[in-house]
Design a protein around this ligand. Structure first.
Ligand code: FEO
Length: 172
């Protein structure tokens, strides 16, 4: 059974994952209308993944005797200046999410809730991967600078990255 404190923190995390999904969806839409189809595919996929992160928490809360709450949606930004700026924001956002996850993990230890602590380890590992990926992509973009040809290739690479992630996940 979840304590009220942990239940509240898990529901807050549901909201963070939901906001991430909406945020990446807004970025995907911007990239799509600007003609960056690979970047857009990648971000649509990230948005789906964040929704999956949200649902995993959602189900856990109810399985543990709590009440998972559907969060209210805040309207995310809709305009971004450059692809580089988008990935700066992705990295910043993922670092913020990691901080929140760490706080939740810490609270689990204080409350002696080892079941939730164990469950949250999946998120800890996932955050390391997501931060690393965002950093790698940002490093590439920094090397590319204002080179249009480089950006074209970056966009193409992201299209294949999104496609391979999709086939790994077994989704069409
Ligand atoms: Fe699920 Fe990227 O936070």
């Amino acid at each position: 059974m979840l304590s009220k404190k942990i239940e509240k923190l898990l529901n807050q995390q549901v909201k963070f994952e939901f906001d991430s999904s909406q945020y990446y969806l807004a970025m995907a839409s911007w990239a799509e209308i600007k003609g960056f189809n690979g970047v857009s595919k990648f971000l649509y996929r990230q948005s789906d993944e964040e929704r999956m992160h949200m649902l995993k928490l959602f189900r856990f809360i109810n399985e543990r005797g709590g009440h998972a709450i559907v969060p209210e949606a805040d309207a995310p930004e809709r305009n971004f200046s450059t692809v580089n700026a988008v990935f700066e924001l992705v990295l910043k956002h993922e670092i913020e999410v990691s901080t929140e996850i760490n706080k939740l993990v810490d609270a689990c230890l204080k409350e002696k809730d080892y079941t939730t602590h164990n469950f949250m380890q999946w998120y800890v590992a996932e955050q390391i991967e997501e931060e690393n990926l965002a950093r790698t992509l940002l490093d590439k973009l920094k090397l590319i600078g204002n080179d249009k040809g480089g950006l074209y290739l970056f966009d193409r690479d992201l299209a294949s990255l999104a496609a391979s992630a999709q086939s790994e996940a077994g989704t069409p």
